[in-house]
Write a protein that binds this ligand. Sequence first.
Ligand code: GRF
Length: 194
Amino acid sequence: KNIVVMASGSGSNFQAIIDAIQSGRIKQANIAGLVAGKAGIRAAERAQSAGIPVKTMDPSLPHKKSENQLEEYLESWEPDLIILAGFMKKIPDKIVRKYHNRIINIHPSLLPKYGGKGFYGSRVHSAVLEAGDPESGCTVHFVNEQYDRGDIISQVRVPVKPDDTAETLSKRVLEKEHQLLPEVINQLLNPNSN
Ligand code: GRF
């Protein structure tokens, strides 16, 4: 099955997917391509090293044209599953509808907590620390028209420690992301096996 990954940053989750396909933890999957949210990101270098084609969003395009560009990128790869792995833009409604329940996102909190606009990157973890939550974690969910609000597929929890900073907490969560995301992808692609 064809998967397309979309990323805007370092791409460590993207790398976890590449590695999981190579090691057989994700079965029946071919990464058809990477949509890079912007130019010059580490995720695109990772794709190149792995021989995966990259298409980059053009920031100079007006809104509608940018939507069309994304739609064409995706169409060209005929994805069975689209994975947002640190993709920092909202997915246009028409694309959400076209790929209904075939787009998933990973988010570094226990959604519905600390989701939605404004909760990205280290802000999520700072908010968890400020609130004094005893635990945090990560969530994989289907993408719908609302930011971080689609149906939850799976979550993993981690403890928050007394001396945590946003950085130490984000590291602990990210390690779990790297396990959870490949697991969910394999499950979605191969629903009848375990
Ligand atoms: C992850 O924390 C992910 O949950 C969030 O963005 C970060 C991406 O990290 N949506 P990376 O680019 O996969 O290293």
